[in-house]
Design a protein around this ligand. Structure first.
Ligand code: AMP
Length: 113
């Protein structure tokens, strides 16, 4: 299978998710281990492993993911939120299918750990 990650399985409907937004290019669903009252993941339907493996041809898709992240934050009633993209295991990436975290609903400290 080309995208044999847990997110690939979610996209193929092989395992369930708590969906909050969907369109032809991406899917957004609640993180199974939320780090804040709102914690949503926005993922492209196209299997891109990581931001570090994205290319020029992904420009429009990457912009779309950020706009959907903002849309989801608004949908969740958030005025302030954080978007996070972990790139590589050393930065905390555990699922190697690109995803944008949308985190909010509590004060968020900076810098992150
Ligand atoms: P990262 O560590 O940046 O790769 O983020 C992966 C995220 O996916 C983590 O926050 C996990 O809690 C989340 N996650 C893993 N499996 C699932 C799942 N089946 N449904 C929803 N979120 C998941």
């Amino acid at each position: 299978m080309a995208d044999d990650t847990i997110f690939g399985k979610i996209l193929r409907g092989e395992i369930p998710c708590d969906e909050v937004y969907s369109d032809a290019l991406c899917l957004a669903f609640r993180d199974v281990a939320p780090q804040a009252p709102t914690h949503v993941l926005v993922i492209p339907r196209q299997p891109i492993e990581s931001l570090r493996s994205a290319g020029d041809s992904d420009q429009a898709l990457l912009g779309h993911l950020l706009l959907v992240a903002a849309r989801v934050a608004k949908q969740e009633g958030l005025d302030d939120w954080r978007t996070v993209i972990n790139s590589g295991a050393g930065a905390g990436q555990t699922v190697f299918h690109l995803h944008v975290h949308v985190i909010g609903g509590r004060p968020l400290a900076w810098p992150p750990g």
